[in-house]
Structures are given as structure tokens and as C-alpha cells.
Design a protein around this ligand. Sequence first.
Ligand code: GLC
Length: 460
Amino acid sequence: MIAACLSCNHFTYTFIMEKAVPTMTPVADAKEGARKILLDNNRGGYTIPSPKLYPFQWNWDSGFIALGLSYFDKYKAFDEIRSMFKGQWSNGMLPHINFHHVDENYYPGPDVWGTKESPWSPQAPATSGITQPPVFGFILQMMAGRMSNDAEFIEFVKEIYPRLVHSHRYLYQNRDPFNEGLVYINHNWESGTDNSPLWDEALDSIDVTRARDVSALRRDLKSVDAGQRPTNENYKRYIYLVDLFKSCNYDDKKIFERCPFLIQDVLFNALLIRSNEALIQLALLIGEDASEIEEWNQKSIHTLNTKCWDEESGFYYDFDLNGNKKIPIKVSNGFMPLFAGACTAQQAEKLKDQLFTSFKNGNYLLCPSCAIDEPSFNPVKYWRGPVWINVNWMLYHGLKRYGFAEEARLVKQNSLELIEQTGFYEYFDPRPEIDQDHRGLGGNYFSWSAALYLDFTLNS
Ligand code: GLC
């Protein structure tokens, strides 16, 4: 069993792993611990998110991981991104999982996805048939902040840039049916925030009597407590959607006509905007014309603010295309326009107020994935309350961008302390009063927690 436990004090802790793992001392060693996780989770060219739970290459994980790797091995960082783009489909879609190798310890694997039959999927590697939030633009731009004088880095940007633009063009051409600049996701797994209460209504509209019972096939419950994971009823619905996409041969037009899950998500679109902005900057670095991206971005920022912003409550909400209505649930996704630089100073002020009213726990500032005053808030359940490091890292950058220096400092400090005291978990109980040994949740030895710990300490 993989676990990390604190022994003695904040400065000495031991990771209990299948392999013998060294005991570490002070903060400098937490950095060493983070580096070690990224190296141990490397599978030759790419890095898995966490042993046991996630044995393949995941899309947005891979972006955060590449940023972490870039601090100590730029070639590994380049390979991480190259490996991700090996799975890119000919229509531009960057899949959410690349199955570079066979591993029976995960469900649903390549056979369930059946993407080989699709005219757009690559020969190899096998991939899933959906995407994840577009992070590679801003990841490359952040690397450029330190490497813009490095000729090998510039060559690398030139190699990846056209593929990245292709992946954004895929979204605008295939996922924006009204040409309004907001793209939809068709599965909760595309959101990255897989079990958020945002998806409940759309998932509930699926008739489970028509869905396969896959509870016996699940592998996640073998290593994580069921109380922290999605229910079996919901897993049926997830696989119902996969089966539907497969029956459409992954043709987005057919999927749009038949899919009960079509949602314009604030986090996904905010990260698209942030990555568009990054591509515009990278274009300057390598002498490309970015006018197409500028047009996309203006439209996206405009529609995010007209369709998803609610002036009365001062928050951003997802939009459900099937129900033709906002989804009025406050989750951490609503803060991501700060990271994207997509809101005005007045909107930013209102968002900061929300952070201090609906999302704050005592004197402690770390954003839970769901507002504490939402009925669906659950401090230990996957994306329904726990703290995620990537979300708080993006929030930190967003707060800083809008001049909330003290709030940003607190988010960073609390993120670092949480990891140093608890371990490199996938997610964490947001309640500071809970014993540190019990705050770490989900998988451990989690790569993006390690990668962003490095970025927090070495860059921000
Ligand atoms: C979970 C998360 C998702 C992540 C994946 C691999 O499914 O919800 O965001 O990409 O794990 O870490």
C-alpha cells in the first residue's frame, strides 16, 4: 500500500512505498522528494500521474509534470510533451489518455474506448476518445520565461507550436457549434474535475437502465476508499457516454446531436483563453502570425463574460447546452477567469469576495473544489470539496495577476505547508482542524502535486 506519513514534525517525514524510500529532512528535502516522485513515475519518455491508480499518460497532468521536469531536466520535459502529442488525432484533438503500454490495472482501457476504428485516431499509441483542459500553451510560455535564450528550447517551441495551434483549432471548429467562442465538453472526464457536482444533472438525465453495469470492472476502488470516489451508478453513466461516442465513431457532429452531456465549462474555457494568450506570446518568440488566435481569444473572453458571468452573485457558472441554462453551483472552476486574465478588475474584486465568504475555512486560505456553503460540499469526496494543488496553483497566479498579493501569498504558503506536512497526495481534506495524517486523499506519490510544488518553490 502506498502512503506518506508525517513523523515527528514538519521537517522530517517518511514515504512508505513499495520500494525502500529515503527519510527526508527540511524543505530542501521536500524539493528532493518532489524530484524523486517525478523520476520514479517516469516510464521512459512520459510520466504517469500516480502508481496504482493512474498507470498511463494523462493530458493535463502531463503539462504540469513537464513544467516540474523543466527545473531539473529540460530534455525530459520536452519528451513529456512530445509523448503527449504522439497521441494527437489527425483532426487535432489531443486525447485525455495515451495508452503507451498495456496495463490491465485500469478501467476503461483501450478496448472499451475502441478508438482504432475512428478515421482520426493515430496508429499508435492507443488513446482515449475525448480530450482534457488545454494547458500546453501556458505551460510552454511559463517555460519560455526561463528559457527564451536557449536555442534548443526555441527549436522545441517551433516543433510543438503548430500542433498546439491545431489542438486549439480542433476545439473551435468542432466544439463551438454556435461559433460564439465557448467550447463544450461532452464528458465529465474531459473537464479534469471529474466528479464535480456540476455534472450531476446532465449525468442524471442518462437512463441507467440502458447502461452497462461496470462495477466489477472498476480498478480504482482497489486502491482508494469508495467514500472518496464516484459511485457505481455514476460509473455506469460514464461508460454509457463512452459507448455512445464509440457508436458514433468519435464523429463530433453525431455526438453533438445525441449526447446528453454538452457543457460549456468555465475552467476548460478559461484555460483555453490562457493558452491562447500564451500562443500569441510564443508566436512573437518564433516569428509566427497569431491573428487567427487573437480572433478566437477576443470572442472567447467576450462570451465567457456574457454567458457564464452572473453579476448578481458575482461569480462565473458553467452553461448546460442541452438545458440551455447556467448551472448555478459554486465550484473552484469559477475562479479560473482570474488565471486567464479574462475578467475586469471589478469582477476580480467580486471573485475575491466569494473566496472569502463561500470558500474560506477560518483563517486559512486554500480553495476547496466546491464552495463550503453548497449542499453538495463533501470534504473527502473527489472534486466535491477536497483541495487540489493544481487548482490552487492557478488561483495563486490569478490572484497575483489582479494585484491581490497578500491573498496569493497565503494560497502559496498554505499549499506548500499542506504538502510538507501531509505528503504529495492527489487531493486533500480542506479542513485545517483535521489531523494532518488524515488529510491526504486519493492517490499518493502524485506527480502534479510534486511538479507544482517545484514550480511554487523555484519560480513563483
Ligand atoms: C483524475 C482527475 C483528473 C486527472 C486524472 C489523472 O481522474 O480527476 O483531472 O487528470 O485523475 O491524474
